[in-house]
Design a protein around this ligand. Structure first.
Ligand code: UGA
Length: 435
């Protein structure tokens, strides 16, 4: 049985550890954060992710999955070490690789010969090769092959994505490493998942190019949506017809208040920094980054236009997570929008089915409502920022009863519009006009 150690128990690391254990491998998850490890040892997931806790408990019970904070020991017992540590952005947008470097040093010091180290973290092009060199400099006797295996999991659908990926990308120069990885992922052959074998630099660039392309696609539809509102077109029909073209595809064409999360903002900035470092023009991606910032601020402009002034207005903000099905608020549009609302002296009441605690830790002293309807009490305006399903079924009659004003800005187009006119709402969605 292959023994795998996964360093890092964030979204990527934990899902990888749980998923590989479910494939039948023996997996040890490690993290420096001892409080996280003790939660995991009890079979509880520190992250909000559909299906993870059940899979976690099943594999712990089967004796295939355990967790420890002793990284050196876990590394010394592994045939394959996956590295899924954070690579957060530095102030200049470039990636901070310090966690990755210390993982490499630990592997160089403790791994057995012929261990394979697989980097899952998103890292600037050239990093895998530099890490390979770093291991040899640190311990010239170490015989460790490095592999770049970028991850394409989406938060909220990470378990589903792990077991049904569109593709597996593996960058390595080593035939031995390829053989081991092929065996490790062999359960995916049953569902004919395609494998892309390439060098490390290609694998690294595939990850950045994929995220940057998707960020650009979202930004593109957001700008088309802004235009549609002004010229009297319907963005839903535009997106639907565009998506019928197989070259475009219908996914990632939903307009909104701008993309957020722990990946698109960080990876687009890192890609721009990589281009700058190599003297290559990355103007397209820089424009995407700027347009996304404008998209968030546009929410404020729209609200101002609808309300007159924001001062002393009661604003109910529904949806704080950067997207639905997650409690993650990293780089969420809600952070920018709520901060700006407070700066404009509005009174803000917030609600989110999952992300409220995380949000109130970052922006304290807000009124946090225990239900979406509670948030609407006496509101002058309702602002929807996340496409949670529970907001789709909100009853406009009850909304009208609760609110004292009539302004609704539905940036994700989730509300049922049939009764908007009956209750005299001043309504704006994204990308169309309600005639
Ligand atoms: C993204 C990628 O989709 C994953 O493939 C990748 O593995 C991951 O980053 C990563 O690098 O780790 P994620 O950040 O979980 O996944 O979120 P997405 O579902 O891609 O959404 C990103 C943002 O775009 C969200 O704010 C979402 O609301 C927004 N979005 C997405 C739209 O506004 N419209 C769309 O049509 C799609």
């Amino acid at each position: 049985m292959t023994h795998i150690t996964v360093i890092g128990t964030g979204y990527v690391g934990l899902v990888t550890a749980v998923g590989l254990a479910d494939f039948g491998h023996k997996v040890t998850g490690v993290d420096l954060d001892t409080s996280k490890i003790s939660v995991l040892q009890k079979g509880k997931s520190p992250i909000y992710e559909k299906g993870i806790e059940e899979c976690l408990q099943r594999n712990i019970k089967a004796g295939r999955l355990d967790f420890t904070a002793d990284i050196a020991d876990a590394v010394s017992r592994a045939d394959v070490v996956f590295i899924a540590v954070g690579t957060p952005p530095r102030p200049d947008g470039s990636a901070d690789l310090s966690q990755l470097e210390s993982s490499m040093d630990c592997i160089a010091d403790n791994a057995r010969n012929n261990t394979i180290a697989v980097i899952k973290s998103t890292v600037p092009v050239g990093t895998n090769r530099r890490m390979q060199e770093r291991i040899f400099k640190h311990n010239p006797a170490a015989k460790i092959e490095l592999v770049s295996n970028p991850e394409f999991l989406r938060e909220g659908r990470a378990m589903q994505d792990f077991f049904h990926p569109d593709r597996i990308v593996i960058g390595t120069d080593s035939q031995e490493a390829r053989d081991v990885l092929e065996k490790l992922y062999s359960p995916l052959n049953l569902i004919s998942v395609p494998f892309v074998w390439c060098n490390m630099e290609t694998a690294e660039l595939i990850k950045y190019a994929s995220n940057a392309f998707l960020a650009a696609k979202v930004t593109f539809i957001n700008q088309m949506s802004n235009l549609a509102e002004v010229v009297g077109a319907d963005i839903h029909a535009v997106a639907r017809a565009m998506g019928m073209d197989g070259r475009i595809s219908s996914k990632f064409l939903h307009p909104g208040p701008g993309y957020g999360g722990s990946c698109f903002p960080k990876d687009t900035r890192a890609l721009a920094a990589i281009g700058d470092a190599h003297g290559v023009n990355m103007s397209l991606i820089k424009t995407v980054i700027e347009a996304n910032e404008q998209q968030k601020m546009r929410v404020l402009d729209q609200l101002k236009a609808m309300l007159g002034s924001l001062t002393d207005k009661n604003i109910a903000v529904l949806g704080l997570a950067f997207k639905s099905e997650t409690d993650d608020i990293r780089e969420a549009p809600s952070l920018t929008v709520v901060r700006e609302l407070l700066r404009a002296s509005a009174r803000v009441t917030v609600h989110d089915p999952a992300a409220m605690d995380n949000f109130c830790k970052v922006i304290p002293n807000l009124t946090a409502a225990s239900s979406s309807y509670m948030a609407l009490e006496n509101a002058d305006a309702l602002l929807i920022l996340t496409d949670w399903n529970e907001y789709r079924s909100l009853d406009l009659r009850i909304i009208a009863e609760k609110m004292r004003g009539r302004v609704i800005l539905d940036t994700r187009n989730v509300l049922n519009k049939s009764l908007i006119k009956e209750y005299n709402f001043i309504y704006r969605g994204s990308g169309y006009r309600l005639d």
